[in-house]
Design a protein around this ligand. Structure first.
Ligand code: NAP
Length: 352
């Protein structure tokens, strides 16, 4: 990511532009699967800019499965959303007022004040984007932490070696849809993906470069994986947990490497989720099970972006987006990413 070569302009104040904007607040903490009633769409005053701040007209925002955990009042690696307060998350937009020397009006930036139409952001926390070659929302997907998650998992957490058999769950989603293709580029010999339903399974073959597509809704994932990888798997990227993790352990080769990235099958659980019943096999097979958070791998961004821009440019890395239109649709988009309404990256378009 690099700065736009835009000439700084005289700072303006938001009251010369817009004074109010809509935002989504947390109306209630869900028990189990969230519903639309857990969110409130509110029109709020836009605060005046302090020195060093910018006003961003958000054009795109991301909805991500990890946000489900932030709806609960529990300690985790990110603080919970506050009841009654505006939500946050990754977004991109255009700077329409600036009181910062570093970021001029007209720049396109990414930042963390999503779930609102207009965001007042400390310029020091915004990242200017080069949108000369790619649309801005690409930085919320394949050129953002989504793509980096797949790359870091496959190069660091569970590194792929030449000829490996790699299994990826959630393979038609944002991370999974690029992970299979990146695994192949890094030398994997056979790439197996799982997703829900025949349409997604077909996409795994036709769009996302998987050799074998498993539809976990069509039958037990363990039996399907046994057939797909009769000699076992070398690498597993776990986005699902539950039955998928158990199946991967059951069909792992000795010394296989697992990146534990997410466990979406349990995110809406109302009771503690039991661990895999066959964890003892991790000992006997000397498995390497490693949890990962993409935020520990940000130093890889320049290397990854350099490679990913090349792959996108030569057409060898294919991506998809599922787009909901308008801030009022953001809760539906979020509920959709939890239930599988997306292929590729789930996004909300807030403005042109
Ligand atoms: P995503 O895959 O685009 O969307 C989530 C997908 O999960 C849905 O499309 C759905 O696809 C699938 N799913 C939902 N319930 C399921 C279930 N019970 N069993 C199997 N699949 C289910 O989301 P993403 O952003 O790429 O994230 C994927 C995973 O990685 C999530 O667990 C997320 O929390 C995690 N993640 C972790 C990090 C990190 O730093 N550790 C970073 C990014 C993402 P189907 O239609 O196929 O069911």
């Amino acid at each position: 990511m690099s700065a736009n070569p835009t000439t700084p302009t005289t700072p303006t104040t938001p009251d010369t532009l817009v004074t109010t904007g809509r935002e989504i607040r947390l109306a209630a903490r869900p028990v189990g699967t969230p519903t639309a009633a857990d969110f409130a769409l509110v029109t709020a005053e836009i605060p005046a800019l302090a020195e060093g701040q910018i006003l961003v007209r958000n054009t795109w925002m991301s909805v991500d499965p990890y946000m489900r955990g932030r709806m609960d009042d529990v300690e985790s690696y990110m603080p919970p959303f506050e009841l009654g307060a505006v939500l946050d998350g990754s977004a991109v937009g255009e700077v329409i007022a600036s009181r910062a020397d570093t970021i001029p009006v007209g720049a396109t930036v990414s930042h963390f004040a999503g779930w609102r139409e207009y965001a007042v952001v400390d310029a020091a926390t915004a990242i200017p984007l080069d949108v000369s070659g790619v649309p801005a929302q690409t930085y919320l997907g394949v050129l953002g932490t989504t793509g980096l998650t797949a790359y870091a998992a496959l190069t660091d957490t569970a590194p792929v070696r030449e000829g490996d058999t790699v299994f990826v769950s959630g393979a038609a989603g944002a991370v999974g849809s690029v992970a299979g293709q990146i695994a192949r580029k890094l030398g994997a010999g056979r790439v197996i993906g799982s997703a829900g339903g025949p349409a997604k399974a077909e996409l795994l073959h036709s769009e996302f470069g998987y050799d074998v597509a498993l539809d976990y809704r069509a039958g037990a994932i363990g039996e399907q994986l046994a057939q797909a990888a009769p000699e076992g798997i070398d690498v597993y990227l776990d986005h699902v947990g539950g039955d998928h993790l158990e199946a991967a352990i059951a069909h792992a080769k000795v010394g296989a490497r697992f990146a534990l990235i997410g466990a979406i099958s349990g995110y809406n659980a109302t009771e503690p989720v039991p661990g895999p019943s066959n964890l003892f096999q991790a000992y006997t097979r000397r498995l390497n099970l490693r949890g990962m958070l993409v935020t520990d791998h940000l130093a890889l961004f320049p290397e990854y972006i350099g490679r990913a821009i090349g792959w996108l440019g030569d057409g060898s890395l294919r991506t998809q987006e599922t787009v909901f239109e308008g801030l009022d649709q953001a809760p539906a988009a979020f509920l959709g990413v939890l239930s599988g309404a997306n292929t590729g990256k789930m996004l909300v378009r807030l403005a042109d």
